[in-house]
Write a protein that binds this ligand. Structure first.
Ligand code: PMV
Length: 302
């Protein structure tokens, strides 16, 4: 059984698509995959809950499987996936499935789990679902820990002076990353100066956040999380439900809160204070599903 992390983007989602840095953390929960020889070998299949697809069968999942296994150069496998997080909520489940499946496939074939090979295969999978992935989800799924990511570059690990307590609430219905990324791209074509300036501001605050995280200055990190949320709202990436979940968290003492991932729905995250239970309690009272996240230990990153 192979595993891969889900993720939370602390700073810089969407701006990362345009070359600005993002800071993300890997979650201990994500996806698991088991590889066996496929009964329909040399074809491959993937089983995810009630869904079963064949590589290249024309379905989105089938095309993604074909892209993943094609990039790895393996076939004739049956991959059974188990999810540990809700999909479509900005928690990087799609990338976690891809990395777990790629690890399981290589393990089954007795081949080494080279990170670059896994990353390239997972990115080929991600491209099927969303035409223009930055790769931040894939890097977090692979490496865990807290990392800085710039599109087209190797991710680097951040060493945090203090551990982060993060609360996560499922605040809106699942949203399509592809649609949200495309919506922003068309907004940028319509209003290049305004959208460009907002993306630039997100890039700047991500740069400001990095040393604050490394020094453990959490109240200042929290203020930047709030500001990042405001900028995403100005880019029309938030929703009433996401704004409300952030407001509830701040009222209950969170140091900062923002949507995480593509927005439009899905999750918000909150940087929790000492008494983080108050934030989770307030979300629960509002009927939201929530959990305190645990950051996955970093792996093999310089
Ligand atoms: O897949 P999600 O919803 O976690 O969003 C990924 C982050 C984006 O910046 C919106 C897209 C990307 O490819 O980086």
């Amino acid at each position: 059984m192979a595993q891969a992390n889900g993720k939370l983007i602390l700073f810089g989602e969407h701006a990362v698509v345009y070359g600005y840095p993002a800071i993300a953390v890997g979650l201990t929960r994500g996806a698991r995959a088991r590889a066996t020889r496929s009964p329909s070998a040399p074809g491959s299949e993937l089983v995810l809950g009630d869904e079963r697809v064949h590589a290249g069968d024309g379905s989105e999942l089938g095309r993604a499987l074909e892209a993943l296994l094609g990039a790895l150069g393996v076939g004739g496998l049956r991959l059974e996936i188990t999810l540990e997080l809700p999909p479509g909520a900005g928690l990087g489940v799609s990338a976690a499935i891809a990395v777990a499946a790629a690890r399981a496939a290589l393990e089954h074939e007795g081949q080494p789990l080279a990170s670059e090979r896994l990353e390239a295969a997972a990115l080929a999978w991600e491209r099927v679902f969303h035409g223009n992935p930055s790769g931040v989800d894939t890097a977090a799924a692979l490496y865990g820990g807290c990392l800085r990511f710039v599109r087209g570059q190797a991710a680097s690990a951040l060493t945090l002076a203090r551990p982060l307590r993060l609360g996560v609430a499922l605040a809106g219905p699942p949203a399509s990353t592809k649609q949200m990324v495309e919506a922003l791209a068309s907004e940028r074509r319509r209003e290049p100066a305004r959208v460009g300036a907002l993306l630039e501001s997100i890039g700047q605050l991500t740069e400001e956040a990095q040393p604050l995280l490394e020094r453990g200055e959490l109240p200042a990190v929290g203020r930047l999380l709030d500001r990042n949320h405001e900028l995403l709202t100005l880019l029309a990436l938030s929703s009433e439900a996401l704004d409300l979940a952030c407001a509830l968290a701040r009222e209950a003492g969170a140091l900062g809160a923002k949507l995480t991932g593509s927005g439009g729905g899905g999750c918000v995250l909150a940087l929790l204070p000492e008494r983080g239970e108050d934030v989770l309690e307030s979300w629960r009272e509002a009927g939201l599903t929530c959990f305190e996240s645990h950051v996955a230990a970093p792996e093999r990153l310089a």
